[in-house]
Design a binder for this molecule. Sequence first.
Ligand SMILES: Cc1cc2nc3c(=O)[nH]c(=O)nc-3n(C[C@H](O)[C@H](O)[C@H](O)COP(=O)(O)OP(=O)(O)OC[C@H]3O[C@@H](n4cnc5c(N)ncnc54)[C@H](O)[C@@H]3O)c2cc1C
Length: 274
Amino acid sequence: MLLENILGGEMYLASEVKSVIKVASTTKVYRLSYRGLPPSPGQFFMVWIPRAGEIPLSAANYRDGELVLAITKRGKITSYIYDRVQAGDRVYLRGPYGRGFNPPCENERSLLVGGGSGLAPLLFLTEKIRDRGGRCDALLGFESKGKAFFLEEFEALCDKLFITTEDGSIGFKGIIPDALKQILQEQNYDVIYLCGPEPMMARIINSVQRIGLRLEASLERYMRCGVGVCGTCILDPLGLRVCRDGPVFPLEVLLKIEGLGRWWRSFDSRKIPI
Ligand SMILES: Cc1cc2nc3c(=O)[nH]c(=O)nc-3n(C[C@H](O)[C@H](O)[C@H](O)COP(=O)(O)OP(=O)(O)OC[C@H]3O[C@@H](n4cnc5c(N)ncnc54)[C@H](O)[C@@H]3O)c2cc1C
């Protein structure tokens, strides 16, 4: 069923929640029926939950009419979804939107690096790399073992899986940028794909610049329309829109973003610290 949206011609696609599985202390995986355009890794949907609101969410996988989302409880809308949305419920989707990751070339070795809700697009990308016969490793970071998810999925798809937790409950004790520094001393990669908290990504972007690796990162911003009209997600001083020109950007662009890892703009354009 299609519902006409007020954004002139943009359509919502009604989608039924097929299953909900809790995969970590604050994260659930939602499998949805989906008959729209296939998303590519890094693309996102604007997901509208009646009575709660609308937020951007990345595709964590798509296959045979089923879209997978991984949602981490954060504020008002994600908490509503986490606490109330169940199998059999309907949600409404616009998308897929944005520019996703450019897959590696043949014979290139990739490292996927991420944490938290950043794991959703990275898992989808890992599946695509594997489908094409590519080689990849992953470095995943979490606060603690209780917040970790998708470990088995990444383990099944990657040659090597590196894990860090801030409290040391599994994997290396520490944070992703420190673990990455060590890994890059021992392993060779052609490209790094990043998605996770922006302060972590900003540190990595600065250090990777010095060693000359190719890198792409997916950014999160407040976004209202998702289609490049409202301007909420514009990056200073470039004027690029995260929803339309991103959310995935190459290293050359990321290095020019003012305030990367330090502040975002809110819905009323105020700078708010990340
Ligand atoms: C491209 C993209 C892909 C994302 N993919 C995922 C994912 O796969 N899984 C996941 O768990 N999270 C994902 N997020 C983050 C998710 O959209 C935010 O966590 C969510 O919007 C927060 O809403 P809230 O009401 O729970 O939080 P609150 O902090 O209470 O938000 C307050 C208000 O701000 C808005 N808001 C907050 N953050 C954002 C944001 N980043 N963009 C737009 N509006 C926002 C909401 O409309 C909300 O009403 C993604 C964000 C982006 C930009």
